[in-house]
Design a protein around this ligand. Structure first.
Ligand code: GUN
Length: 295
């Protein structure tokens, strides 16, 4: 068996083109805009934020980049968020993670106005995932769902195993998959027998980022499983996922590559959320081409 490689780059390109068209349609009513907030000097975060700004530029979304040095008090970051909340010219606010350990992530995220929370990490938007989704969805889980839907992966009754329990990936993805009738197991660094859980998955999602200490090898994958690699590992100037792609591609039915899988989908979802936020705040409808919720 050779898996179908899920083309996140291609699909994200199609989504970006649709977003671009909608941004043009909004001209005269609103210019969608995104403000990013980055605290500290993490190199990977710096790169991700730059990529998000470049993507905004490509689709005509205005973007503002606010950066604070290590050691900035939490109150100063919250002041900036409050200022952006009040600014009618800003439709979306994204606080890049990880924040410095001294800061309470939830204390910062809960200050973002839910309508501007294009990263879906405000407790209100996260809470809404417990029901069915009507709020902003976090970008990585939304990107994964959109990919699964695009490739018509049937989730109902299937066993999904997620190796990640973070508030921006594993926990919301658990809810979104449960809402679509999957049976979900969440694994983490203290899970006993992780290989056994993983190898029982119909859909396996890994977002660990500790290569080479943790690699999803072929022994962890059931024949015919759908394997979603949301791991990012920088080794010798190259980016790798969590999955041993070369071997697992011969065992899975579908697999995402790294790069070119989940990463570009995350950025596409951010653009989409920003467009939706702008259209709601400007009270201008989007065309039927544009559906908000991933199916
Ligand atoms: N850090 C890595 N990925 C993300 C993301 O999707 N959102 C935020 N806010 N921070 C991140």
């Amino acid at each position: 068996m050779t898996a179908t490689v899920m083309d996140g780059k291609g699909l994200s390109g199609s989504i970006r083109a649709i977003v671009k068209g909608e941004v043009e349609r909004l001209e005269g009513f609103a210019k969608p805009s995104l403000a990013t907030v980055l605290v500290g000097s993490d190199e990977a975060s710096d790169l991700y934020v730059s990529l998000k700004h470049r993507a905004c530029q490509e689709v005509g979304i205005r973007s503002m980049d606010y950066r604070f040095p290590d050691g900035t008090p939490e109150g100063r970051v919250i002041e900036k968020i409050e200022e952006l909340n009040r600014d009618d010219g800003v439709h979306g606010i994204l606080v890049q993670l990880p924040l410095p350990a001294s800061m309470g992530v939830h204390r910062v995220m809960e200050r973002i106005r839910p309508e501007k929370d294009v990263d879906g990490l405000n407790p209100r938007n996260l809470g809404l995932t417990m029901y069915q989704e009507h709020g902003m969805l976090p970008c990585t889980p939304a990107g994964i769902l959109t990919l699964l839907s695009h490739y018509s992966v049937d989730l109902r009754g299937k066993h999904a195993v997620i190796i990640n329990r973070s508030p921006d990936v594993g926990k919301p993805l658990t809810m979104l998959l449960l809402n679509r009738d999957a049976t979900v197991t969440v694994c983490h660094s203290k899970t006993i027998g992780i290989n056994g859980h993983a190898s029982s998955a119909d859909i396996l999602v890994s977002a660990v980022g500790c290569r080479p200490d943790f690699i999803v090898g072929e022994g962890m994958v059931k024949t015919g499983a759908v394997v979603i690699d949301a791991g990012t590992n920088r080794i010798g100037g190259r980016v790798y996922g969590d999955v041993d792609f070369e071997r697992v591609v011969h065992k899975a039915s579908y697999i995402t590559p790294v790069p070119g899988g989940v990463g570009p989908m995350t950025v596409a979802m951010l653009l989409r959320n920003t467009l939706v936020a702008a259209s709601i705040q400007a009270r201008v409808g989007l065309s039927d081409l544009f559906t908000y919720a991933p199916a």
